[in-house]
Design a protein around this ligand. Sequence first.
Ligand SMILES: Nc1nc2c(c(=O)[nH]1)N[C@H]1C(S)=C(S)[C@@H](COP(=O)(O)O)O[C@H]1N2
Ligand SMILES: [Mo]
Length: 416
Amino acid sequence: MDTKKQNRRRFLKEGAALAGMAVGAIGSASAQTPGAEASPVPYRDRRAYGRRSRFVNSVRTNDDDATHAAFGRSFNVYTPLQDSIGIITPSSLHWVSAHGYEPPDIDPQEHRLMIHGMVDRPLIFTLEELKRLPFVSRIYYLECQANRPEYKGETVQQSHGKTACSEWTGVPLSLLLQEAGVQSGAGWIVSEGDEAGKMTKSIPMAKVMEDVLVAYGQNGEPVRPENGYPLRLVVPGFEAIYSMKWLRRIKVVDRPYLGYKEISRYTRDDSRSSWFQFEMGPKSVITFPSGGQRLPSRGYYQITGLAWSGGGAIRRVEVSTDGGRTWKDAELQGPALRLAHTRFNMAWKWNGEQTVLLSRCTDELGQVQPSLAEFARFWGATSEQFLSRSARGAGHSNSIQPWGVNRDGSVYNAIS
Ligand SMILES: Nc1nc2c(c(=O)[nH]1)N[C@H]1C(S)=C(S)[C@@H](COP(=O)(O)O)O[C@H]1N2
Ligand SMILES: [Mo]
């Protein structure tokens, strides 16, 4: 019998335990902070563009001063994964990383996308012209390579909130390049954004021809301003820095350009290999229960979380409720799409004792998410060096996230 059925049967059999939950013990188990907006939104304001209930107040935040300092005058906020439901991140809660410049306020009528360099026919598109071309919709996650569990956030928003998953709609970049006619000897593109600092990033041609999108749609709406309106690249599975926002120019070239923003972000001077990191490894995290939340009583819970991998689809997620002594397969709540967040669940009866919860995933390539110790060893360092940030930035940190549960039900980050 599969885990799904087993879980359900166990639930039905022991349903009495659930029904017997003391009335006083029923409280909000989520990290949604109570305290609704002062007054209901007037009827006329609710009609034109929908709003969520005034009792729902999950928001993007950033309390990580170190990241702020590192990025200077940046617009960085994280996704509240502790409140996530399903696999799609609402666009309004999609995390934002912007390097030193405010998201620009772009008039779509004025915006142009130029394709030039090693092409037979340089092209300039208006947004309207792009929208006349064949388009596709794909569900892909994005993740910043600075999404590093060893930075020890208190909540899952702080430790893992630089990832989100959307349905992206747009034109395959391969189609535009076929129109332009890529010349022989061209092996890379340089993409450029339209903010004041004109961010650039070089992308290998093989990836471009495989699955890169020039997206104008996000979750059934135009891409949000902070996420790249009116056009962004979506480079699925790669570090999100490749997914150029406010896309205005693509230059076809013979080699990577190593622009200022390309080598000054997420790279290390002592390691040229970090200039060319692409695919993110398999990663999972339990979103409930997670750091900062509180279990109101002993008894039944659904442990739930998200898993994803730059290597493709998630095939398996295992959960341990005893600090790694034993592991059980979690249920993958379909669809488990390639290069998308995948939701996992597992029924758990908390006996009121102190414990540690872990999740670890395996992707379709057979890659298994490592522990922090394994990850550190791979980079010739120790867990302590990663936790103290002296091994700062090595590799794509995808280590297993432990959440500790205290006897009073409080949940804390137990990384060590
Ligand atoms: N034009 C432009 N594109 C950009 C960036 C930027 O600063 N400017 N940041 C990159 C980085 S480092 C990340 S992690 C992702 C963040 O995408 P999001 O803000 O939509 O979550 O955008 C990438 N694309
Ligand atoms: Mo990033």
